[in-house]
Design a protein around this ligand. Structure first.
Ligand code: GDG
Length: 741
């Protein structure tokens, strides 16, 4: 990593998050900064300074932009920095912040993303404030940004910011991380059209967008596809002038901090204190007061366990700590009183003078108390009904240096994807919770150790430092990817170089795509006809060179157009080949039939529902065309749905690929493409000049497969693996004339 950066200016790391990394407290003339010990703070610290494993960013202090609840006057003239961070406070007027943070963020996005749409409030004033606040963050960033800086934007409070940065500072590297679940499209689409558009556009202003799990990545990609019509290839979204990578980065914790704390005297003291007080087996949970954390469901599950297992009465205590949060809000107050009542009821029903089944505390804990409880509890019961990741479960595992203890974890937490050795439960199923509690309490020590060992080594390996490192390595790789895909538009000099090489060579092969390259793209595909001049030019080339027309069109269309020319024709993306001078079409040998009957009905159905769209059955593929659709926007949405459905439907063993082309969705066998077909031809001769031209996504296969010495030319400005670009199809004639001149 170091080498690739050596000659580049390494910039500063700029974090933008709703909160600053420390609390600012005025004291007389000065100020006290109380640094948070949160995961993100220690994670980003690992990127700078002497301990940094990865000099992606400079060793300068981390610049951190965040909201300050102090007034501007209060902080005027004060230096807000400590050894590691320099803070740049953003001041948001109270009324705006109310609608922005309490409103749009916590009263709409939070419930929607945690699958509580009934709690979501859609208020125009909220969205207005959200835009305003994001702009205030941007203004602050705009004041301090320098060339080479890497900006890392955090979470759902700042979804519009990446795009704002991209517009004004197109070359700045921007990462975005989403800490909560990204919901399935059915939920996301509940947002008003303009809002969801602004959100998706805002987020993909970044170069790299991170989520905790692959599911969230998939949901987001679908939102991008449905809302903006941008498809993706694996993890990449190809916008016309840049690519965005969307990937999963499961956030983690500082494993060593929790592991080492086991022997910390304060933690030891807390552990002994807990053990002195509680002789029973201990079940423990800790979370913020929030409906997403499943606190009530957990209580119902524990109640069911008590009901069914009288032998455990008096022998188990459930220590449930709820950390105060947002409890001035009605919904949270109500939830709190429901929790209070439920705990009271269970304790009254099952407890006795010597034993209280639930020890409930509504307070926050010190770090020593927390790890003391983690490391002494026999079971951690973590049951969110939805959680982006959930760090508490990872902390519990890391704190168990003794490898004892059992983790019960909700399948709705992002962490469940990584911690398969936990007892995984459905948090809404009280029987499932009750059964798992029993299983956990009865689990032999050897089994506990076996499970803990695997989970601990996984968290140790991918700790929060590996997480940050991974994210930043990916950002740098995107830059390299961009370099590779950079558009070089051909100038007279570039054209001159190709002409010289053409003239200096003897045995030449030239590949021409048809639609969008030799012929213009028009609404009716049947009317896309190559002009007389271009055809004449191709014919002149064919006198001295091997010319190949390579297209996705069927053989009849191409035969008719080029029958009189001495050229090779490749139809249906490489499936059918007719050699120069022959009248025989040869089917690619890897082609197998019998797949169309399962795909055609799906395409037909989509065509019926989309006026103007048609299904074309080619010999070796099926194509759903929507260039002729009456309502283009509607058809684009339908096309995206079709691609999505086909992707889910097509099993890998069918070896089919879906091509999301220019106003066409096409399904064909994977065994061949324009790339394999072009490569096969090149290998049959000893060519000293190879040129390939194309405008479509399918031409990329050709650009990639041909040798590096080939002159590959992309028509249009879409990112491409080709060496050079022409701006449009109209330039093709003049370009070819200059080469032949
Ligand atoms: C969001 C997403 C995602 C809690 N109470 C005390 C205390 N804590 C610490 C825990 C843990 C953290 O707070 C809670 O983290 P979670 O991940 O469980 O949940 P959220 O705060 O909702 O975080 C979540 C996370 O972002 C990261 O991306 O995992 O899904 O919702 O570290 O230890 N710490 C102390 N006393 C307490 O009373 N010392």
């Amino acid at each position: 990593m170091k080498n690739t950066q050596e000659n580049k200016q390494i910039g500063r790391l700029v974090i933008v998050a709703y909160r600053l990394p420390f609390k600012i407290v005025r004291e007389g003339e000065g100020v006290n900064l109380f640094q948070n010990s949160g995961g993100l703070v220690s994670a980003v610290l690992s990127l700078v300074g002497d301990g940094a494993q990865n000099p992606i960013v400079s060793g300068d202090k981390i610049q951190w932009i965040g909201y300050a609840d102090n007034s501007p006057e209060e902080l005027e003239g004060l230096s807000l920095e400590n050894d590691s961070f320099k803070a740049h406070p953003v001041f948001i007027p109270d009324d705006v912040n109310e609608n922005y943070y309490e409103g749009f963020c916590n009263d709409l996005i939070w419930p929607l993303c945690h699958y509580f749409p009934t709690h979501a409030r859609f208020d125009d004033a909220y969205f207005q404030a959200y835009q305003q606040a994001n702009e205030l963050f941007f203004e602050k960033l705009d004041e301090i940004i320098q060339p080479g800086d890497i900006v890392w934007v955090q979470d759902y409070q700042l979804m519009l910011l990446p795009q704002m940065i991209r517009k004004k500072h197109p070359d700045v590297k921007v990462g975005f991380f989403f800490h909560i679940p990204f919901p399935s499209y059915e939920l996301f689409r509940m947002l008003p059209v303009q809002w969801r558009k602004a959100i998706v556009e805002g987020i993909i202003g970044a170069d790299l967008v991170g989520f905790h799990t692959n599911d969230y990545v998939e949901y987001f990609l679908k939102a991008v596809r449905m809302v903006l019509g941008h498809g993706n290839k694996l993890h990449y979204i190809n916008l016309s002038n840049r690519i965005v990578k969307i990937d999963s980065f499961p956030i983690s914790i500082d494993f060593n901090k929790f592991n080492d704390a086991y022997t910390d005297p304060e933690v030891v003291k807390e552990r002994e204190l807990a053990r002195d007080m509680l002789k029973e087996k201990i079940i423990f949970s800790v979370d913020r007061l929030d409906y997403s954390k499943g606190i009530l469901h957990r209580l119902y599950g524990f109640e069911r366990f008590l009901e069914e297992n009288p032998n455990w009465h008096g022998r188990v205590a459930f220590v449930m700590v709820v950390v105060p949060s947002r409890d001035t809000i009605d919904r949270y107050q109500q939830m709190k009183s429901e929790i209070d009542q439920t705990v009271g009821r269970i304790n009254a029903d099952y407890g006795n003078i010597n034993w209280q089944p639930i020890i409930y505390q509504y307070r926050s804990m010190t770090f020593a108390e927390l790890v003391g409880m983690y490391s002494t509890s026999d079971v951690a019961l973590i049951t969110p009904v939805r959680d982006g990741m959930n760090l508490v479960c990872k902390e519990y595992v890391a704190s168990r240096q003794d490898k004892h203890g059992v983790l019960i974890l909700s399948e709705m937490a992002g962490a469940a994807a990584e911690l398969g050795e936990a007892l995984i439960i459905n948090p809404l199923d009280k029987q499932n919770i009750a059964d798992s509690i029993k299983l956990a309490l009865d689990m032999p020590i050897e089994e506990q150790e076996k499970r803990m060992k695997v989970m601990r080594s996984r968290i140790r390996e991918y700790d929060v430092f590996a997480w940050t490192n991974d994210f930043f390595t990916q950002i740098t790789m995107i830059e390299q990817e961009h370099e590779k895909l950079k558009q070089v538009f051909l100038t007279d000099q570039g054209i001159g170089e190709i002409r010289d090489a053409y003239r200096a060579s003897k045995n030449r092969i030239l590949f021409f795509d048809y639609d969008g390259t030799l012929a213009p793209i028009v609404a009716d595909p049947a009317k896309a006809i190559v002009s007389r001049e271009v055809k004449q030019l191709i014919s002149t080339f064919a006198e001295s060179d091997t010319v190949v027309i390579i297209s996705g069109r069927d053989r009849h269309f191409l035969s008719e157009l080029f029958l009189d020319l001495p050229v090779h024709i490749i139809a249906e993306h490489g499936a059918l080949i007719k050699a120069k001078g022959s009248s025989e079409w040869v089917l690619n040998e890897s082609y197998e039939e019998n797949w169309k009957e399962s795909i055609q009905p799906i395409m037909d159905l989509y065509a019926k529902r989309c006026p103007g769209a048609v299904v074309e059955e080619k010999e070796t593929s099926l194509a759903w065309h929507y260039r002729t659709a009456e309502d283009r926007e509607y058809a684009t949405r339908r096309a995206q749905e079709l691609v999505w459905q086909l992707k889910n439907y097509i099993q890998p063993e069918l070896n089919l690929q879906i091509i999301d082309g220019n106003k066409v969705v096409e399904v064909k066998k994977t065994a061949f493409n324009k790339g394999t077909a072009a490569k096969d031809l090149v290998e049959t001769g000893s060519y000293d000049f190879i040129m390939a031209m194309g405008d479509d996504k399918t031409d990329e296969d050709m650009f990639i497969e041909l040798p590096d010495t080939a002159y590959t030319i992309k028509v249009g400005d879409m990112l491409s693996a080709a060496r050079a670009h022409l701006r449009s199809q109209e330039e093709v004639f003049s370009f070819l004339s200059k080469i032949k001149d």
